[in-house]
Design a protein around this ligand. Structure first.
Ligand code: GAL
Length: 871
């Protein structure tokens, strides 16, 4: 028997209460303090996390606060709550909070206290993953660059300088949270914290020091007395009382390292991240829901979507190399903060279904019965007789009819049905009843044109003035330049203060060199650790080499033209986000480490590698803050009728009015090459619309059946990885906004435009074999048998109503939302019935039955498909 203690202040008295837990064994007591009436005791046992001694089945989702704006947070959190989340999970990003050692920033997008309080205000909990190594496709995995320069430091191992810095930051975050009373033990929303991140994936590279580091991290974390449990993810040897948790596309096979710990899933990847040069990842919701249901089927009690809202890598925050600016992640809430349907809705229905089983699931372990090859039933049954069951078809080929407890159930391949009473299937992971929303980009063209005031329609009204520009000098232009013998590694040189490092050298060419007269050329060879290299000879562009997410190194071999006498070779090396993953990732380096050679001279190959080079960190335009919205009069901006286009190394600026309305806004930067963009001085991120995804590797039809990998079901092959860049509404005012672009490769700013994410139409497609809506679940079993499948539609905004029905068919309609078509089997009353039930209303619901629509073809399973428009 054993015992938990919960202290609650009650009129100045503390009291304990005890619960007995017989079969589960010792529950671990995590917290015993309370200073306010609402303080919660968070503990755990084999079966679940316990909040105030109640075992809980918890659904969590990741939202990283710096990947959106504070103005977006409340809405994102509310949509998460409506989607059925109990918990918001976030990493803490050390590099943005302590950009300079001992100088902290917890303001604006980095206002962690505000974010946590907003989650609390919505009535949700927080899982705070302090790390402070976070990976997360975040620059340098979240480490500040100054850390790299601490004498004697070695990251993520048993190393005193590292451990003391890690402890200091972790304690700082814990103190800030404690001061604001944010831990559950203080009445706050934080019920869980994480130390380190997936170290177990790479710890073998650190030898025996890995073990002592992890033990140190565990005791350091617990010594901070947060009063809530700590987890380590992907750390099979996480010492007690730390809970080791699972990350991955599936975690149903995972078991924690002790029978006293619950089975928890900290990262269920809802999609995948986008790289510049990569295709756009997509994880079908049928598979995501399958993974979640399998996890709960097999004893899981906590799962977190990574990401629930991915957001945007503003500024230079993206890791990499080559992580794109969009961190949409194909998450249930899209980059712009709009619910992605049917992903969001199908998961909401899943969460409701699982929650119906909470008491039974957390009260016992499941018992497995085979229902045939690839067919499994897991039954949870309490002494009270309460029962819940999960039926799975883990086969990838064929649907099955199974018999369970004397009833038969239709199980599509790769699906799980949930039976909260062991009898009625309330949900099947492959049967989507939620509506699909179709958002369209509405292009506001032309947004920027030199003489376009008359061309821009009134309603678009985005242009205020023409472009002005500043030519960024090629090569060395700043007094901070310095010389050094040999080639310098880039990150050690720039400390990542800029993406850019100029390597310059000059050399005299003898007028007798044969290549000057015989029309041949010299060949320039440059070897670089990455990520992008632009070469200029005598101020003229001479060549470019670009790495990719798989191979970041670049090698350039280019014929170049040199002249007799003095020549300058200016090599611009560019980083595109610093490495965030892998053992010793911090030492992977970047930039031109050589050799740099010239072939074709009389004397043979000239090796410049160990010569004297001149270095310049960053651009002149960066130094003079051309991206800022201030000081426009003093700055060297030029304007005129001849806008320079398609030339490398140039800054552009214009003013614009924000597009009307409140729909999210994006800049379509098609027409530009590569660079960075700022709106009113805020960086909206690196842009690179000319980096095209590979031609192959995508599929038009995505079969969700079978194990998912990040390269399955990709989209957008052969197209630019990212053309649209989120401009948060909060960063614009109605008029007089400044847009600054730094263009590195060359492009035409006249081609860019604004685009708005606006709602197109909504669809539903529900068959007679679908379960009744989970909302209709009635605790009285006789009522359950009465209800059947329904198709429900709701306009996304409260002010809207359904204005027209674009398509309605009951029978065997084909196709997908936007391209539904009727087949021969089609009830001729469907359209009028649907119009009657829906037009003029914000939402409507239609029973999917022959009773409602008549039977257009007997003996065939029928479905109802609708596409509707809201106004
Ligand atoms: C995990 C890591 C996350 C993120 C994810 C991929 O391994 O813990 O931080 O990088 O991979 O998106």
């Amino acid at each position: 028997m054993l015992v938990f203690c919960n202290t609650k202040k009650n009129g100045g008295f503390s009291f304990f209460f005890f619960i007995s837990m017989s079969w589960l064994g010792m529950a671990i007591m995590v917290v015993l303090l309370s200073s306010s009436t609402s303080a919660a005791v968070v503990s755990y046992d084999h079966r679940a996390l316990l909040l105030d001694s109640q075992r809980r089945l918890l659904i969590s989702g990741s939202i990283h606060y710096p990947r959106s704006t504070p103005e977006m947070w409340a809405d994102l959190i509310q949509k998460s709550k409506e989607g059925g989340l109990d918990i918001i999970e976030t990493y803490v990003f050390w590099n943005v909070h302590e950009p300079v050692q001992n100088q902290y920033n917890f303001e604006g997008r980095y206002d962690l206290v505000k974010f946590v309080k907003m989650v609390q205000a919505a009535g949700l909990y927080v899982h705070l993953r302090i790390g402070p190594y976070v990976c997360a496709e975040w620059n340098y995995g979240g480490f500040p660059l100054w850390l790299h320069f601490m004498p004697g430091i070695k990251f993520r191992t048993d190393n005193e300088p590292f451990e003391s810095a890690m402890q200091k930051f972790t304690a700082k975050v814990v103190d800030i949270m404690k001061e604001a009373q944010l831990f559950a033990s203080q009445g706050g929303p934080i019920i869980l914290a994480q130390i380190e991140n997936e170290y177990g994936n790479i710890d073998s590279a650190y030898g025996s020091a890995a073990k002592s580091y992890i033990n140190w991290a565990a005791s350091m974390a617990t010594s901070l007395n947060t009063g809530v449990p700590w987890v380590m993810c992907q750390q099979p040897d996480a010492p007690d009382p730390i809970i080791n948790t699972c990350n991955g596309f599936y975690c149903d096979q995972f078991t924690p390292n002790s029978a006293k710990k619950p089975k928890m899933w900290t990262e269920n990847w809802s999609g995948w991240f986008l790289s510049f040069g990569g295709a756009v990842p997509h994880r079908p919701v049928e598979d995501l829901a399958f993974a979640v249901a399998r996890f709960f089927q097999r004893g899981g009690t906590f799962q977190n979507y990574y990401m629930y809202h991915g957001g945007t890598n503003f500024g230079r925050t993206s890791g990499g190399p080559f992580i794109a600016t969009s961190y949409d992640y194909d998450a249930p809430i899209d980059e712009y903060g709009l619910v992605r349907q049917p992903k969001w809705g199908h998961l909401r229905d899943l969460h409701k279904s699982i929650k119906l089983c909470e008491e039974v699931l957390t009260g016992t372990d499941p018992v497995l019965t085979s229902l045939g090859p690839n067919l499994e039933a897991h039954v949870y049954r309490l002494g009270s007789g309460k029962c819940a069951a999960f039926l799975a078809n883990v086969g990838t080929q064929s649907d099955a009819m199974v018999t369970f407890n004397g009833n038969s159930y239709h199980l599509p391949a790769w699906s799980v049905s949930i039976l909260p009473d062991c009898k009625n299937a309330v949900f099947n992971t492959a049967k989507i009843t939620s509506q699909a929303n179709h958002f369209e980009m509405e292009w506001l063209k032309p947004a920027f044109k030199l003489q376009s005031s008359q061309q821009v329609g009134d309603s678009l009204n985005v242009l205020q003035s023409d472009w002005s520009w500043v030519i960024e000098p090629v090569g060395i232009s700043m007094s901070t330049a310095f010389t050094k013998l040999g080639l310098l590694e880039q990150i050690n040189t720039t400390a990542d203060e800029s993406d850019y490092l100029w390597y310059s050298i000059s050399m005299d060419v003898d007028k007798d060199e044969p290549f000057l007269s015989n029309g041949s050329q010299v060949s320039l060879h440059v070897s670089s650790l990455g990520h992008v290299l632009h070469a200029f000879i005598n101020g003229e562009f001479a060549g470019r080499a670009i790495g990719n997410n798989g191979n970041v190194k670049v090698t350039m071999d280019k014929p170049i033209t040199m002249r007799a006498g003095h020549n300058t070779i200016d090599l611009l090396s560019v980083t595109v986000g610093l490495q965030n993953y892998g053992a010793f990732f911090d030492t992977s380096g970047a930039g031109i480490t050589g050799p740099v050679t010239l072939k074709g001279f009389k004397s043979g190959t000239v090796d410049l590698s160990s010569k004297q080079w001149t270095y310049q960190i960053g651009l002149k335009g960066e130094q003079s803050s051309l991206y800022g919205s201030e000081g426009t009069n003093d700055a060297p901006w030029v304007s005129g009728s001849e806008l320079p286009k398609n030339r490398p190394m140039i800054w552009y600026k214009t003013n614009f009015d924000a597009p009307d309305g409140s729909d999210p806004v994006a800049l379509d930067l098609t027409g530009l090459g590569k660079g960075q963009a700022w709106v009113n001085g805020q960086s909206i991120g690196r842009y690179w619309p000319t980096y095209i995804a590979p031609q192959s590797g995508c599929s038009d039809t995505c079969n969700y059946q079978g194990s998912y990998t990040s390269s399955k079901c990709q989209r957008n092959c052969g197209k630019p990885s990212q053309t649209l860049y989120h401009v948060p509404r909060a960063w614009t005012q109605p008029s007089g906004n400044t847009l600054v672009l730094f263009e590195e490769i060359g492009g035409d700013p006249n081609q860019i435009s604004f685009a708005m994410r606006s709602f197109g139409s909504m669809c539903g497609h529900v068959s007679e074999l679908h379960p009744a809506p989970v909302d209709a679940w009635d605790s009285r079993s006789e009522a359950r048998a009465m209800s059947g499948p329904e198709l429900r539609l709701e306009c996304p905004s409260p002010g809207q109503v359904i204005s027209s029905i674009k398509f309605a068919s009951f029978g065997t309609p084909q196709g997908a939302c936007g391209s539904f078509r009727q087949s021969k089997c089609s009830s001729n009353t469907a359209l009028s019935i649907v119009q009657e039930a829906c037009i003029g209303l914000r939402n409507c619901s239609l029973s999917v039955s022959i009773k409602k629509f008549g039977d257009p073809c007997k003996g065939v399973t029928k479905s109802l498909a609708i596409e509707a428009v809201c106004k």
